[in-house]
Design a protein around this ligand. Structure first.
Ligand SMILES: Nc1nc2c(ncn2[C@@H]2O[C@H](COP(=O)(O)OP(=O)(O)OP(=O)(O)O)[C@@H](O)[C@H]2O)c(=O)[nH]1
Ligand SMILES: [Mg+2]
Length: 237
């Protein structure tokens, strides 16, 4: 463990899944109250043995946060060795979660998947079950994610703050991945990422507008039908 001179990681995931608690465990200090939402991406630095660690913490992904999340990656200008996709074990990772994750990953080049690790939080919710049993039993969406990450996953329990073992094991897994990637870092082409975010934003606005107009169109149709029926109604009655 700690054979690398430096390790750069980014934490990505939905809201309240344990990204900031994990950042605190990795770096060994906290600067934000537990449970307080992360509004802006931040890069924080520390050491694990002789390895210099950079952790980029991002806000939970939520429709209009994508620019801020993408900005997080630029806080580590050299790029990141690992993209930790934080998934809580207390909730089902279903089709909606899969689609939200895929949409965000698609903002970046496909090479991002080579650096992706599923980081399960809420390890305390597993009870007597192993994570493999959990993956087996869960929705196919989770299997899809594990496959995309080429079986790279790790479980932590953020509620157990005094267990350095879980962070040490995480570093070991990341180091294996770094070796398999020949030490390469993932550095997104921001000039391509921002236009994709704008495109998605435009698409969402259009969808919203359509869903707003649809019921009005139906009412309009009913109204028009009613008028033509009244017109054709025999005037003698
Ligand atoms: N039991 C348990 N609770 C957890 C765990 N991880 C996170 N939590 C709970 O989830 C809350 C939110 O954790 P955060 O680390 O702030 O979540 P986040 O992903 O940074 O949230 P945002 O910044 O809003 O995106 C914590 O205050 C804990 O109550 C875990 O592994 N086990
Ligand atoms: Mg946070």
């Amino acid at each position: 463990m700690n054979t690398l001179p430096e390790l750069r990681v980014v934490l990505l995931g939905s809201r309240s899944v344990g990204k900031t608690l994990l950042r605190n465990s990795v770096l060994g200090f906290k600067e934000q109250e537990d449970g307080k939402r992360t509004a802006h991406s931040v890069a924080r630095h520390g050491f694990a043995g002789s390895t210099a660690i950079t952790v980029v913490d991002t806000p939970g992904w939520w429709k209009e946060r994508d620019r801020e999340i993408a900005r997080g990656l630029s806080l580590s200008p050299a790029g990141v060795h690992a993209v930790l996709l934080v998934v809580p074990l207390d909730l089902t990772f279903g089709e909606a979660q899969r689609a939200a994750l895929e949409e965000r990953m698609n903002l970046f080049e496909a090479a991002i998947w080579k650096h992706a690790v599923v980081l399960f939080t809420y390890g305390d919710h597993l009870a007597d079950e192993s994570v493999e049993e959990h993956i087996e039993r869960e929705h196919g969406a989770l299997r899809w994610l594990i496959d995309k990450c080429e079986d790279k996953y790790h479980v932590v329990n953020n509620a157990k703050k005094t267990d350095p073992g879980q962070v040490i094991e995480l570093f070991e897994k990341i180091e294996e991945m770094v070796a398999a990637n020949d030490g390469r870092l993932f550095r997104p082409e921001m000039g391509d990422v921002y236009p994709r975010i704008e495109e998605n934003f435009g698409r969402r606005q259009l969808k919203l507008l359509r869903s707003f107009l649809k019921p009005n169109l139906v009412i309009n149709d009913l109204f028009q039908n009613l008028i033509s029926n009244l017109r054709s109604f025999p005037k003698t009655i």
